[in-house]
Design a protein around this ligand. Structure first.
Ligand SMILES: [Zn+2]
Length: 73
């Protein structure tokens, strides 16, 4: 989170103080997955691949998926 060469503008506080969060291994991706709130069973093999960003000023974290599309029904 401290590499200043990759800073982006935070969509919340507008500061140039945000960056993409880097997974522990370069080939890894973040996964937004689900769990059963009654059993706490985590469905770790299914989910939504996301890039994660965080802001050093307002401390917000947000997720993006470049393949996300709006489909009107
Ligand atoms: Zn911010």
């Amino acid at each position: 989170m401290s590499d200043s060469s990759n800073l982006v503008q935070c969509p919340f506080c507008k500061g140039i103080t945000a960056t993409r969060l880097v997974p522990p291994e370069p080939a890894n991706k973040f996964l937004l997955t689900t769990y059963d709130s009654k059993t706490n069973n985590v469905f770790a093999t299914t989910g939504f691949s996301v890039d994660a960003y965080g802001c050093g000023s307002c401390k917000k974290v947000w997720l993006e998926n470049s393949a996300l599309k709006f489909v009107e029904e």
